[in-house]
Design a protein around this ligand. Structure first.
Ligand SMILES: C[S@@+](CC[C@H](N)C(=O)[O-])C[C@H]1O[C@@H](n2cnc3c(N)ncnc32)[C@H](O)[C@@H]1O
Length: 475
């Protein structure tokens, strides 16, 4: 059918552009020639007899069909490079990072958490990893968590490979290239000292499943999200900013592309200007506002005696709203009434972990396990917190214990799969991811994977599918 497709198909292009906006939030002008080209490519490569037939198939499909993958891959190609925004890199190197490092050293909390949202092939987050490598003389005394996420599996696979062309390094000093890359033919391989500092995940910013300790997107000191909002409309940008705010610690920073501005008053951010760079800081004041609301909620809850079921429901609601301190306050006043003490400890562990108090959270988990040794969730929670402490070997033990108790436990299977992959055991890890996918597909799509999480099984299936796609390219 290749050459018989008509040129004037604006109606279908309108529908296609609407479909893309709904599914992945990307706003594409239906008149854009690249949309027309990629639509034709999909019709051709997948042998559709008409645009109508192709559109109908896309409408019926989900984000995981090869046709939709092709569409997303084609629309999100973002060729990036190391040290791309000199002003921002200077701000990070000379102001933001030294300041936060000094503060954390003083507080004896040597943990740093930075997320590149829409990381493409990883150049942006690896640039930060290089800066940290230069700045932290005692790097091994720190728990450094650097995350890169994107919706494009091809680019995520490139990021994980850490192999770049000459152009990717055109703005990088020779001394840095010599220190952190090895040249192989016409490519540059990033050295493990930097490569191993970053973890990459599939994550769609338009979904409402973050912050989350399952994906480690929580408690962040800095989010860098450059040139991603260009794809989104204003409503979506505000939704994403709402999530970002909950992901950041108070006073944590948000960096956008140099031409991207947000209305700080609509969102709980304060714009800080250093030279030509704007850094949006999460307002400390939100904490006060929340504390007032939380206190009101806690005291009204306290005035009544409640059943186990009600307490669990109310705590789950606080946890899914990411109100960590409110959860602890509520449980302090109210938790003694909950008969399931093991669950009480898990609630507390979850809130503490999200407040960055991982060591304390582990103790609560351990006590929960002692009370109910057959509860796989307590082991999963322990594993997730251990990941946070960069203690992968103990985390692996806890995951295996969770799976010993429940072999169908999808979250534990997923995290174990990723862990094995990161240890270089790609086939074994892929196997765990595939088992997790099969088990997740059997579950009710709209059900949440756990009552403490907003993630539904259908969203989880989508994540698993994409993670598998990423690592199949690397195996
Ligand atoms: C132009 S690139 C920017 C790359 C990098 N941040 C930089 O500035 O160098 C935009 C990236 O946003 C990603 N993206 C688009 N929509 C997204 C979504 N809904 N969730 C997550 N990432 C998305 C694209 O896949 C692409 O990799």
């Amino acid at each position: 059918m290749k050459n018989n497709l008509p040129n004037n198909n604006l109606e279908q292009l309108n529908k296609l552009s609407e479909l893309i906006r709904e599914r992945v939030g990307i706003v594409v002008d239906p008149n854009l020639s690249s949309l027309r080209i990629v639509f034709k490519e999909i019709c051709d490569s997948f042998n559709y007899s008409s645009y109508d037939a192709c559109l109908k198939a896309l409408e019926k499909s989900n984000e995981m069909t090869p046709e939709f993958e092709h569409l997303v891959n084609a629309l999100t190609v973002g060729e990036s490079y190391f040290f791309r925004d000199q002003a921002q890199t200077g701000f990070l190197k000379d102001f933001f990072l030294p300041e936060i490092i000094e503060k954390k050293r003083k507080d004896q909390q040597k943990i740093l958490r930075i997320w590149s949202a829409g990381c493409a092939s990883g150049q942006e987050i690896y640039t930060i990893a290089i800066l940290l490598n230069e700045l932290l003389s005692d790097k091994y005394a720190w728990d450094v968590h650097l995350l890169g996420t994107d919706i494009n599996p091809k680019m995520l696979a490139n990021a994980i490979r850490g192999t770049y062309n000459q152009w990717s390094l055109h703005a990088t000093k020779k001394s840095i290239i010599d220190r952190y890359f090895i040249k192989q033919n016409d490519h540059y391989l990033l050295l493990p000292v930097v490569k191993n500092m970053v973890k990459f995940f599939y994550h769609n910013l338009t979904q409402n499943n973050y912050p989350s300790i399952l994906t480690q997107i929580t408690n962040l000191d800095l989010i860098i999200c450059r040139n991603v909002f260009i794809y989104f409309d204003k409503t979506l940008v505000n939704d994403v900013l709402g999530h970002f705010e909950k992901c950041l610690v108070p006073n944590g920073g948000l960096l956008l592309g140099s031409a991207e501005y947000i209305a700080t008053l609509e969102n709980n951010f304060v714009a800080e200007q250093v030279n030509s760079v704007t850094c949006y800081r999460r307002r400390e004041i939100t904490v006060n506002k929340e504390t007032k609301e939380q206190k009101k909620r806690v005291s009204s809850a306290f005035s009544t005696l409640k059943s186990d079921q009600t307490i669990i429901k109310e705590v789950a609601a606080l946890l899914t709203q990411k109100e960590w301190q409110a959860t602890l306050d509520y449980l302090k006043e109210f938790g003694s009434q909950l008969s399931n003490k093991s669950l009480l400890l898990q609630f507390q562990a979850m809130a503490l972990a999200n407040l960055g108090k991982a060591a304390e959270a582990i103790e609560f988990c351990q006590r929960s396990i002692e009370l109910s040794q057959l509860d796989p969730h307590a082991y999963l929670l322990k594993a997730l917190i251990l990941f946070d402490l960069n203690n992968d070997s103990e985390a692996e033990k806890a995951l295996r214990q969770a799976l010993f108790l429940d072999a169908q436990f999808v979250e534990a299977q997923y995290r174990l799969g990723l862990l094995l992959i990161r240890q270089g055991k790609i086939e074994k890890g892929l196997n765990n991811l595939r088992i997790a996918l099969r088990n997740a597909e059997k579950r009710d799509a709209n059900q949440r994977i756990h009552y403490m999480s907003k993630l539904t099984f259908s969203q989880f299936v989508n994540i698993l599918h994409h993670e598998i796609l990423i690592y199949e390219q690397l195996s």
